[in-house]
Design a protein around this ligand. Sequence first.
Ligand SMILES: [Zn+2]
Length: 275
Amino acid sequence: MLRQVAEGVLIHQSEFFQTNTVVVRGRAGVLLIDPGVRGDEMACLANDLSDSGQTVVAGFSTHPHWDHLLWHDSLGEAPRYGTARCAATVRDRLSDAGAKARITGLIPPDLVKQVPLDLLGLITCLPAGTALIPWDGPEVRIIEHQAHAPGHAALLIEERGVLIAGDTLSDVLIPLLDLNDSADPVENYLAALRLIEGAADDVDVVVPGHGSVGGADQIRARIEQDRAYLHALRDARVVSDPRIGPSAAYDSLRAVHERQLQNVTRRREREGTPG
Ligand SMILES: [Zn+2]
């Protein structure tokens, strides 16, 4: 079911890690951001759209992770955009014969049959530095950064006061670092938060890739919460963060946190070794 969060901006939430799909109404149809996870959910979304006389005229994936790269037949054949770096990463990771099997291994076993992979990652590359998503609707500004995944885009719909944060600023997920592609994943994440903070002055609604939609007061609070987590991780201080505390929404994040802590600690020790 679609829920309006601002004028002409609606969301559809998956049961899988509260993944948010965003629908933006344009003049000739809708822009669909991070289309969803389960096939039946995407089909339901396509139904809701056609019931209200809307077609999808453009898609966008905020970053090159499988749960943001899916698509369903019933959504049609609109171009699905991503930043140049996102598209290049998708190409690198999905072009070999073993790619689908690797992705299948990343999906929880109880979910895997419900996730359609045939149209995974068919991303149309936007030229590097593209500022706006090319489509006929409210301006959607691309704020590209390197937190969480290469070529990650936060999206700002200024005239509607909406920030679509991708996999940052979640109330349920701690910052998940890009430990594979980045020389300094913590600093990259902090830099991304500074960029987002600089753009978020007039934002009334923040939609994270996973978790609940927040109001104006939540934007600063979530930036500060992500930053506090990263500072504690960087400085090897005790992390006190409700997202990995006793009332956390997802228990599995504690193990993720431990892995991140070990990785960041190892990097620091390596740097501290002379020669
Ligand atoms: Zn992700």
